[in-house]
Design a protein around this ligand. Structure first.
Ligand code: SF4
Length: 231
């Protein structure tokens, strides 16, 4: 795997855990609001962090850290993701995977082999607006469906989450997402903010009232709903 970012410890990326976070380069989506444009579009221009350096650090800090968050980019595009994760598990740390849900076969393998302890899957938008919101009309919606079903029916702890963008999401989309993930145990609304490194600049954040209205809509379908980020 190619890693281009490494937070040595954070409480923000893995719920209720002190974790390190690693960022893999490249992604099969092109979400216009993506806040990591350089990592997604030009990973080769970013300094690469060797896997062994990451693993050595984790070995040294295994008594302080509780877990590792693997994010991107999209980590599941790397065939050697399971191998990397098994090396982390050998150290004795928990693993959280952030994914856009495009590779259900990888999710299935990782969960069946007990390689991940927590999975956070993005729900980009309602199914009808997936091509628009992911910036890739070739994304098979069946794969997203399958990932949702696997997560809902599996034993691995999870959350679904959506980055809410003023220009891309509506109340009707929230109803549609709610129906899609009906019965889920956790869903987070993340307010879009311009990182200064977005794929397509110019989007705006939703206002506070909108986020609270969306939260109420989703609460009819999902056990626990919350808002993340500045509101
Ligand atoms: S926001 Fe979209 S383009 Fe950016 S890393 Fe996530 S899935 Fe890929």
């Amino acid at each position: 795997m190619n890693f281009h970012g490494f937070y040595k410890s954070t409480l923000l990326d893995y719920p209720k855990h002190l974790a390190a976070t690693v960022f893999s380069g490249g992604c099969n989506m092109r979400c216009p609001f993506c806040h990591n444009a350089s990592l997604v579009l030009r990973p080769h221009t970013q300094p690469e962090i060797p896997q062994e350096e990451i693993l050595n650090y984790l070995r040294k800090r295994k008594n302080i850290l509780e877990g590792v968050c693997i994010t991107g980019g999209e980590p599941t595009i790397y065939p050697d993701l399971p191998l990397f994760i098994s090396q982390i598990k050998e150290i004795g740390l928990k693993v959280k995977l952030d994914t856009n849900g495009t590779n259900p076969a990888v999710i299935k393998r990782l969960t069946e082999q007990n390689l991940i302890d927590y999975i956070a899957m993005d729900i980009k938008n309602s199914p009808e607006k997936y091509a628009l919101t992911s910036g890739n009309s070739a994304i098979p919606i069946d794969n997203i469906n399958e990932s949702i079903s696997l997560i809902l029916s599996g034993k691995t702890d999870y959350e679904f989450r959506t980055t809410i963008v003023g220009e891309l999401h509506t109340q009707a989309d929230m109803e549609s997402i709610g129906n899609w993930i009906r019965g889920a145990k956790a869903y987070y609304l993340q307010s879009y903010t311009d990182s200064g490194d977005v794929i397509y600049p110019g989007f705006t954040s939703p206002d506070k009232e909108t986020l609270y209205r969306y939260k109420e809509i989703l609460s009819a379908y999902v056990e626990f709903v919350d808002i993340r980020g500045a509101v």
